[in-house]
Design a protein around this ligand. Structure first.
Ligand SMILES: NC(=O)c1ccc[n+]([C@@H]2O[C@H](COP(=O)([O-])OP(=O)(O)OC[C@H]3O[C@@H](n4cnc5c(N)ncnc54)[C@H](O)[C@@H]3O)[C@@H](O)[C@H]2O)c1
Length: 333
């Protein structure tokens, strides 16, 4: 597909993964409009195109943005994503993640925008019955965060049938790392992800908690599939290209297929930073499966996507570069 002159609306584009996708889209020749309410995002992260401050639940405002900028596709990242919080506050999660996504789709239907790339998650699978996880693994979420993402996935065929909106759901495993050029990175508050928390502990922040070391895994800690955020961004551009070219809706797992334990991550952070990573043991968290990793075969075959940053050391290295140079995240910019 010829990207030139085509504009993509990136909801949540001031956030972690959305900002990296905006950069990848710009590189591929698209023009970018970031749409974000800045509830969790950063204005300084939205630097690869126009910026519209607005809420996804506001159908009228989304329609205005689609119309004003002559949008041809939407990448929908905007969501709340803290699993624990989603269990305590399901109303907020359903409103933001389900009502919000449906409002974006409704606005697209009204403005005849026909291509939708959706940020989904491995949390839609719930407790795995087998690993690696393929796209046909049953989807039985065990928390309201996963349920909200699955609810949107389930709405997509209906919006395709009624309004011809073609869509691809990308089910990410654990997004990690930062822009290799050091321009953007991860800045969540509070930070809930392992690699930035381990880096923070190495930099003298509060020590890290490891939730359980008696799982049925080689070193007793949980195994997860860490996928570099720039590789995720690249997969989004490929998914959009494929969707525009073939018109075939679908879902893809995005992971490396090579899981790492919490202890391996801590060791990698210690190695890369050259510092100690203080940590202490805490009880298991309910709902944390022992092992989660992707079979990324379908994304390889159909999107021709292969992670460039497959090695844990490379992922941690880019994250360390970002946090070392931005110890206060975007706040100092
Ligand atoms: N980070 C991960 O490991 C991971 C894994 C699987 C899936 N995901 C999904 O990827 C997407 C992006 O995650 P992230 O880590 O970049 O999160 P993030 O919090 O950094 O980014 C989300 C962005 O959406 C914006 N936003 C939230 N609600 C909004 C609303 N109502 N209106 C407008 N903007 C709103 C926030 O301000 C923020 O900039 C989410 O949909 C998340 O569920 C993330």
């Amino acid at each position: 597909m010829d990207a030139s002159g085509r504009a993509v609306l990136v909801t949540g584009g001031a956030g972690y993964i959305g900002s990296h996708a905006a950069k990848a889209l710009r590189r591929a020749g698209f023009s970018v409009v970031v749409y974000d309410n800045l509830a969790a995002g950063h204005r300084a992260a939205a630097k690869y195109g126009d910026f519209v401050q607005g809420d996804i639940t506001d159908v009228g405002a989304v329609r205005d943005a689609l119309r004003t900028h002559d949008i041809f596709a939407v990448m929908h990242f905007a969501a709340l994503l803290d699993v624990g919080e989603s269990v305590r506050e399901p109303a907020r999660y359903y409103r933001n993640n389900v009502t919000g996504a449906l409002a974006v789709l409704e606005a697209m239907a009204a403005e005849s925008v026909k291509l939708f790339i959706f940020s989904s998650t491995c949390a839609t699978y719930g407790e795995p019955i087998e690993t690696p996880i393929t796209e046909s693994h049953p989807q039985n979420p065990i928390n309201s965060y996963g349920e909200t993402k699955l609810a949107v996935e389930r709405a997509l065929p209906h919006f395709e049938r009624a309004y011809s909106i073609k869509s691809i759901a990308l089910r990410y495993f654990n997004a990690a790392g930062a822009d290799p050029d050091g321009e953007i990175g991860e800045d969540h508050s509070p930070e809930i992800h392992l690699i930035p928390r381990a880096i923070d502990a190495a930099m003298g922040g509060p020590g890290l908690l490891v939730f359980g070391d008696d799982y049925p895994t080689p070193d007793g800690t949980c195994l997860r599939d860490y996928v570099h955020v720039t590789d995720l961004a690249d997969a989004h551009v490929r998914a959009l290209d494929a969707l525009a070219d073939t018109g075939r809706s679908g879902a893809y797992n995005l992971g490396t297929g090579h899981p790492h334990s919490v202890r391996e991550v801590i060791e990698a952070v210690a190695r890369v930073t050259g510092r100690e990573v203080p940590w202490s043991l805490a009880p298991r968290r309910p709902g944390d499966p022992a092992v989660l990793y992707a079979a990324p075969v379908k994304a390889h075959a159909e999107l021709h996507w292969t992670p460039r940053f497959g090695e844990l050391g490379a992922i941690v290295g880019t994250a360390w570069n970002w946090h070392r140079t931005h110890p206060q995240g975007y706040r100092e910019e």
